[in-house]
Design a protein around this ligand. Sequence first.
Ligand code: FES
Ligand SMILES: [Fe+2]
Length: 352
Amino acid sequence: MKDTLPYRWYTDADVLARERGLLFEHSWQYAGHVGQLADSGSYFTVRVGEIPLVVLRDKEGGLRAFVNVCRHRGAEVVSGEGRCTTLQCHYHAWTYGLDGCLRAAPRSEADPDFDREALGLRPAQVHSWGPFVFVNADADAAPLSETLAELPALVRHRGIDVDELAFHSRYSYSLDANWKVAVENYLECYHCPVAHPWFSDVVDVSPDAYRLDSHPTFASHYAPARNGRSEGQFHLIWPNIKVNVMPGPANLSIGPLLPVDPGRTDGILDYFFAPDADPAWIADYLELDFQVGAEDRVLVESVQRGLRSGAFEHGRLMLPSEELIGEFQRWVSGRLDDQTPSRGIASSQDLE
Ligand code: FES
Ligand SMILES: [Fe+2]
């Protein structure tokens, strides 16, 4: 695939609606970290595609996730995060146990046909990799281990024991760009020598040293540190989860890019370090990371204005430096095409 996806796919609300339904609502999504679910009854809410979920720790200490939509008239049962003994809907106080069963519904004794058993919360899937909590809104989706595949081993091989990492902070941001523009920017370092001078001082971004690799469920970059002592790893779990390991002492940041509308994307990055990491080193690390993020914002927002202009139907990838973008585009177009052959999206044949 040498052409990019059609530029219309980056601006069209209809395409985004299908992406939400066909890509996001069936894929494993990073939701948060186990520190948010330390005690029985701890919970937080997330949205996957259009589906609100609540993730919690139950009375037996297990992780559970449910679709956070009340079986009464559809309110989101709980919001934000916190700790509770039951999940009580804020509209008419239908009350669900931490196992999702409906325990009480005010005035239900007056309705002889009321079947409490049939009105529990719908389960979703939740699973953790070290401290990282993933959810899947599709209760029938294949397990998280199939999506992560060799990724945990690759991170371990880099010398990082994810179970030893401590949560440091969450960074939330918003971009005026389509989520795919942000993903594609993440998937190539062709722009690094031009746009990221500081980053390019730290890692060797020359095509001979910087390695790209793709897997069925994720894509990886490997960047040797210029001091020769360490390696950076940058993985993207299809379609939208970043996993970053910078050169140096144990570190990892992870988080999704989440479409808000066709021209706007929210992002979260949760930062983890070794518990005894040097605060001065962390401060330098974050300064570099935020610098790169600020440089990337300028790029992706500029791209979005260019795509939106209507000046061209599509662009042209530079291979092999941008081969992971090609993989991503095949992954996206394959899923949209397979499921909706007649919805007016250009077929993948148009993209060869
Ligand atoms: S919508 Fe939840 S109790 Fe009425
Ligand atoms: Fe970048």
